[in-house]
Ligand binder design. Structure first.
Ligand SMILES: CC(C)(COP(=O)(O)OP(=O)(O)OC[C@H]1O[C@@H](n2cnc3c(N)ncnc32)[C@H](O)[C@@H]1OP(=O)(O)O)[C@@H](O)C(=O)NCCC(=O)NCCS
Length: 332
C-alpha cells in the first residue's frame, strides 16, 4: 500500500525572469553551438536573472501571484518550505526572507537542500504537516538562480541550466479521492562526488584560492549523472505505479524534472506513454533545478492539461544523489 498524505495542491504559480538567453547567445560565450545543445539536451533557450535578483526574490514573486490568484492573505499561511541550492545566503534561510517579503507573519519555515529533487522533497515534507492536521495552508517552493553558480568556461555544464521559481499552495485533502496517494524519496550519497559545488562550505570556506580554482561553480560528471537519472527516474516511476496497482495507462500526466530531453523520453518509453502525457518545457527554460516541477505544473494548468481527479506523477533526480516521486490526484 502507498504512503498516503491527506493534503492536496490547491494552486500553483511560477516566476521566470524576463531575460532570455538563447543557444546562439551562448555560442558567443563558450565554444558550443545551437545544434549540439538542441540535439543533446532538447534546450533552445533559458532565462537568467538580472544581477541583484535572488532566489528569495523569485520565490516571493511566484508566491505573490499564487496568493493573489487564490485570494489568500499572507497571514493565513502557516508554513513555508523552500527547496533551493542557490539560497540568497548560506543563512538565514530563504524561507525567512520570503516570509518577511510576503508579510506572512504567522508562518514558520525552512529551506531544504535536495538540488533537482528539491521541490519534490519540499512537497513531501510540507504536505506531511498539512496531512497531520497541524497546518492548514503551506507554501511549497522551488527556486534556483543557477546562473549564479555556472562556470562559463565549462561548456558541458553551463549550457544546461536556467533560473526560475515555482510555488504551490498545499491544503488539507477533503477525501481519499484527492491529494497525495503515495511518495518515494531516497538518497544515494555515493553519487555526491559526481555533481556538486565544492567551494563556500565548511570543507572549503571561501578564499582567494577557492575562487582562483573556480570552486564556487557547479561541477558535474555529465555522463554518470545522465545514466543514474535515466535509471532512477524510470525505476521509481514504475515502482510507485506498481505498488499502487496502477500502470502508465492510468496516468493523465507526468511532470518530470527537466534535466535533459533524452532522460525524459527514456522515462516516457519505460512507462509506455505518448507525448500528450509528458510535460515537457525544457526547450524554453533549461534545467531550473528545484523549479522545474512546479514550473511544469504551472504550464500544464495554463495549457489546460490537468483536470480534477487526474492521476499525476511528479518525478525528479538530483545531486546527492537524491530521487523523489509523488503520485497524486489533482484536486481542482
Ligand atoms: C551533459 C550532457 C548533456 C552531455 O551529453 P553527452 O552526450 O554525454 O556528451 P559527452 O559528455 O559525451 O560529450 C560529447 C562531446 O561533446 C562535447 N561537448 C560537451 N559540451 C558541449 C557543448 N556545450 N557544445 C559542444 N560540444 C560539447 C564534449 O567535449 C565531447 O567532445 P569529444 O567527443 O570531442 O570529447 C549529458 O551528459 C547530460 O545531460 N547529463 C546529465 C546532466 C544532468 O541532468 N544534470 C542535472 C542533474 S539533475
Amino acid at each position: 500500500m502507498g504512503r498516503r498524505i491527506a493534503a492536496k495542491i490547491t494552486g500553483v504559480a511560477a516566476y521566470v525572469p524576463p531575460r532570455v538567453v538563447t543557444n546562439f547567445d551562448l555560442e558567443k560565450v563558450v565554444e558550443t553551438n545551437d545544434e549540439w545543445i538542441r540535439t543533446r539536451t532538447g534546450i533552445r533557450e533559458r532565462h537568467y536573472v538580472e544581477p541583484g535578483m535572488t532566489a528569495s526574490h523569485m520565490a516571493t514573486e511566484a508566491c505573490r501571484q499564487l496568493l493573489e490568484s487564490k485570494n489568500v492573505a499572507p497571514e493565513e499561511i502557516d508554513l513555508i518550505v523552500v527547496g533551493t541550492v542557490t539560497p540568497d545566503m548560506l543563512f538565514p534561510a530563504t524561507a525567512c526572507l520570503v516570509q518577511h517579503n510576503l508579510g506572512a507573519k504567522n508562518a514558520w519555515g525552512f529551506d531544504l537542500s535536495a538540488a533537482c529533487s528539491g521541490f519534490v522533497y519540499a512537497l513531501t515534507v510540507g504536505a506531511q504537516f498539512v496531512g497531520a492536521g497541524t497546518h492548514k495552508k503551506a507554501l511549497v517552493i522551488g527556486s534556483d538562480v543557477m546562473s549564479a553558480i555556472l562556470d562559463f568556461q565549462d561548456r558541458a555544464t553551463c549550457v544546461l541550466f536556467g533560473d526560475a521559481a515555482g510555488a504551490v499552495l498545499v491544503e488539507p485533502a477533503q477525501s481519499d479521492s484527492e491529494g497525495i496517494i503515495d511518495f518515494m524519496c531516497d538518497i544515494d550519497g555515493a553519487g555526491g562526488c559526481q555533481l556538486y559545488m565544492p567551494g563556500g562550505g565548511s570543507l572549503h570556506p571561501a578564499s582567494r584560492e577557492t575562487v582562483d580554482k573556480r570552486m564556487h561553480y557547479v561541477h558535474q560528471e555529465g555522463q554518470q549523472v545522465f545514466k543514474y537519472a535515466v535509471r532512477r527516474m524510470s525505476d521509481v516511476s514504475s515502482e510507485l505505479l506498481e505498488r499502487n496497482g496502477l500502470s502508465g495507462k492510468d496516468l493523465a500526466l507526468v511532470v518530470p524534472h527537466q534535466a535533459n530531453l533524452r532522460i525524459i523520453r527514456a522515462t516516457q518509453e519505460r512507462l509506455g506513454l505518448d507525448d500528450s502525457k509528458m510535460m515537457v518545457n525544457i526547450d524554453r527554460y533549461g534545467n531550473t533545478t528545484a523549479a522545474t516541477v512546479p514550473l511544469g505544473l504551472r504550464d500544464a494548468v495554463e495549457q489546460k492539461r490537468l483536470r480534477k481527479g487526474d492521476l499525476v506523477l511528479l518525478i525528479a533526480v538530483g545531486a546527492g544523489y537524491t530521487t523523489g516521486g509523488i503520485l497524486l490526484r489533482w484536486a481542482y
